[in-house]
Design a protein around this ligand. Structure first.
Ligand code: SF4
Ligand code: SF4
Length: 387
């Protein structure tokens, strides 16, 4: 995990036409095999992108098939796969895991779930002070990384705040919430570069089996890319991904900064020769939205001092039902058939009597919206989803 340049610079590309697992095994072999990743470590931290309760078929989250293949490779080397991931600050970890089915999947595949304190309890975290960092000069990583290797499993998708979210941004999900908040306050683009000076995954495999463009990372347009991209250097992997979706790396602010400050890495391509699979549409930059998002984090500091531990301003605002992407039932169209209640993976969120959604517990997965046979549910708030 320690931030050093990797020994090999092979970037492997594989299409997933014959299955995501098969493609995963191919790219792992092409970048030197799992033993070369583990280097004797007995624990491998698997860091998927489970930013929210939106399934892999939407292009929001990492596919279980990729996780399964990686876990099998780790186990075949005699090491233990351990999943570590915290969703976005505005989402509840347990509810997100329930919607995605993470607990059952991990149980069936022998993957241990690491549930460390997202608020940064010292027992679970160790500080990192990367040399050369410009903004994020100190942050914390899970203590277990002292003895484990880190396998980074992001999704190939756009992001309304950072333009794209690929290999370099994905490790944010294993930082405690106060550090993630700092990254937004200090400036997300420079902070991503700084974070990568202190934490370097031993292997990154980008899941482009289904990605997302437009208003990603949750409600953008599904992109059937059917590709995996693997390598040891996150920046190099990200640059190759940009080529596959016709995006100039210098249009992605954190990649531009990384190229200027760290330099362009060299690499050798292995696997399939792939041109531009899909010309990605980058998210529309909305200055007001970015400003509101940026403001929320500094305001969260005083809020967390006066409120109950674990409570955050954005979750509290979302629970009012006045802001954020959220489903709303249109009484005039609703037949009270109950399909939405059955589709909702969480208990007691939709009340059929009052036709109200409990926004304090709703995780905005939009499964109810997709299931309603009468189009009686609309999606409110800023989002790329259909209105
Ligand atoms: S699925 Fe649609 S029509 Fe049926 S109860 Fe829910 S909102 Fe009403
Ligand atoms: S109410 Fe709808 S959006 Fe909210 S958690 Fe349930 S299914 Fe998901």
């Amino acid at each position: 995990m320690v931030a050093t340049r990797p020994e090999t610079n092979t970037i492997a590309i594989a299409r997933t036409f014959d299955g995501i697992e098969e493609a995963a095994h191919r790219v792992i072999e092409q970048v030197g095999g799992m033993a070369s990743v583990l280097k004797g470590a007995k624990i491998a931290i698997l860091k998927p992108n489970f930013v929210a309760g939106r399934g892999a078929e939407t292009g929001s989250t990492t596919s279980f098939a990729l996780l399964k293949a990686v876990a099998e490779e780790v186990q075949a080397c005699g090491a233990e796969p351990v999943l570590c991931e915290m969703p976005g600050t505005e989402f509840d970890r347990e509810a997100t895991y329930t919607i995605l089915g993470v607990e059952q999947f991990c149980q069936e595949r022998g993957i241990r779930i690491l549930r460390i304190d997202p608020e940064g309890n010292e027992q679970d975290w160790v500080p990192v002070q990367p040399a050369g960092a410009k903004k994020l000069r100190r942050f914390h990583v899970p203590r277990i990384l002292n003895e484990a290797c880190l396998i980074n499993l992001p999704v190939l998708k756009t992001h309304v705040v950072s333009t794209m979210t690929l290999g370099m941004k994905n490790p944010m999900g294993i930082l405690p919430r106060p550090d993630r908040r700092s990254m937004h306050t200090f400036g997300i683009d420079q902070s991503i570069v700084d974070m990568n000076l202190g934490i370097k995954p031993d292997l990154t495999i980008i899941d482009g089996s289904v990605g997302q463009d437009g208003e990603g990372p949750l409600y953008g347009d599904r992109a059937d890319l059917q590709v995996l991209v693997a390598g040891h250097d996150s920046l190099a992997v990200d640059l190759v991904c940009c080529q596959l979706v016709g995006v100039k790396p210098r249009d992605i602010p954190h990649l531009k900064l990384a190229l200027e400050q760290v330099g362009k890495p060299s690499w050798t391509l292995a696997g399939e020769d792939v041109g531009v699979i899909k010309q990605f549409r980058l998210p529309e930059v909305k200055p007001l939205y970015r400003f509101v998002f940026w403001m929320m984090y500094p305001l969260d500091y005083p809020f967390t001092w006066i409120s109950e531990r674990g409570k955050h301003l954005c979750t509290t605002l979302y629970s009012t039902g006045l802001v954020g992407t959220r489903p709303q039932i249109k009484e005039e169209n609703c037949t009270r058939c109950g399909v939405c209640v059955e589709a909702c993976p969480l208990p007691n969120v939709i009340d059929l009597k009052s036709l109200k959604v409990n926004y304090a517990t709703c995780q905005r997965c939009l499964l109810c919206y997709e299931a309603c046979p009468e189009n009686a549910i609309s999606v409110k708030g800023y989002s790329g989803a259909r209105q």
